[in-house]
Design a protein around this ligand. Structure first.
Ligand code: NI
Length: 375
């Protein structure tokens, strides 16, 4: 079987056994076995995840390629013949395709000489809690002397056959906030004896929306979204507490820091004015995915007509932690196919693509290595 046919098989098997972040034990076992079968040197990345190595003619430097391996806790609703056998879990972000691409690429390279070494990173927990950072911090990649790193994401917002990329920032930095509005509960008909956190939460939501519209320069990109609000359960009771949470996105550190500062100040101000307390917790997540200018230029040239220069997206990716260490390029593998109804977004229970996209992914890496005279 050729590398593509094999990769399609790998994807089917992996699609059946979706596992969430840091619990990808069966997935890791599967990848280890496949790579060992190809003759690669392998080791586990963390408790889950795999790092494989191919020695080059010059083994003093390496180029790394990364796939994420985790799935989502959603129930699959596709009509696929090889559906998830893990009830309530699904490869709804297409990481099964990413693994198939990287395994197919490894299959293609296994008997070919490469002018430098190649490192394959099968990373756990991209969705949550993040696997790139602990891998980088573990020092396990240090011995390879990585000079460049590449990664991709299947992209149902871009037509099948297209490859989307841009130099510079392509995906946003992200963080999450949690707010506890601590008021004073009481009878819904005697509001004057309470401090009503439900009413006050509406003030908080409105004021948070002023951050992007009034505190951030109009030419800077930023998002503040309140994603959940929990409080109260009875018609005539004012609850003592309301919990809210949301996400922050930006491309520049100054903008991100300014948003954090404004969330805190707004909550302090509202709390003071209503004689209550608002606890604010903000967690920084991922840095922006920032494509190296020179490498992106080379990558674009290596892909011929398939390239489409895309706008940056406000979604986040922990690929950014590798780019803090090594220059790299992250790109989108188009999978939208309206004729075939393959239009569902990522994280949707009906998300699906088709096999040729796997070949497009593998070939994008092969074309890059050919362009760079590595194979
Ligand atoms: Ni994803």
């Amino acid at each position: 079987m050729d590398y593509y046919t094999k990769a399609v098989e790998y994807r089917k098997e992996l699609h059946k056994i979706p596992e969430v972040g840091m619990k990808e034990f069966k997935t890791t076992e599967y990848i280890l076995n496949v790579l060992r079968g190809m003759g690669y040197e392998v080791e586990t990345a963390l408790e889950t995840g795999v790092i494989a190595y191919k020695k080059g003619i010059d083994d003093s430097v390496s180029i790394a390629f990364r796939s994420d391996i985790d799935a989502l806790a959603i129930q699959e609703e596709t009509k696929s013949e090889f559906k998830s056998i893990h009830e309530g879990y699904m490869h709804g972000c297409g990481h099964d395709y990413h693994m198939a691409v990287l395994l197919g690429f490894a299959e293609y390279l296994k008997d070919i000489e490469t002018s430098c070494s190649i490192v394959f990173i099968f990373q756990p927990a991209e969705e949550s809690p993040g696997g790139a950072r602990p891998i980088v911090e573990s020092g396990k990649l240090d011995k390879f002397n990585i000079t460049e790193i590449y990664g991709l994401h299947i992209w149902p917002y871009l037509n099948q056959g297209r490859i989307g990329v841009k130099p510079g920032p392509i995906m946003a930095m992200s963080g999450e906030f949690e707010l506890d509005l601590i008021g004073k509960g009481g009878h819904g008909a005697v509001p004057n004896s309470t401090i009503d956190p439900i009413y006050i939460s509406s003030q908080v939501i409105s004021s948070l929306q002023s951050i992007v519209s009034r505190n951030i320069e109009p030419i800077d990109d930023a998002v503040v979204t309140v994603g959940y609000i929990k409080g109260g359960s009875v018609h005539n009771v004012i609850p003592g507490k309301v919990e809210m949470g949301g996400t922050i996105r930006a491309f520049r550190q100054e903008v991100y820091d300014r948003i954090k500062e404004r969330i805190t100040t707004i909550c302090e101000g509202i709390a003071k004015s209503y004689e209550m307390e608002i606890e604010v917790r903000i967690t920084d997540f991922y840095k922006p995915v920032d494509n190296d200018e020179k490498l992106t230029e080379e990558f674009i040239k290596s892909q011929g007509d398939a390239i489409e220069i895309v706008k940056p997206y406000m979604t986040g990716e922990d690929f950014s932690f590798y780019q803090n260490e090594y220059p790299g390029v992250f790109f989108f593998l188009g999978s939208k196919n309206e004729e075939k109804g393959l239009v569902h977004p990522l994280h949707n229970s009906k998300f699906q693509s088709e096999d040729p996209v796997i070949k497009n992914g593998i070939d994008s890496y092969i074309n890059l290595l050919k362009y760079k005279d590595i194979i």
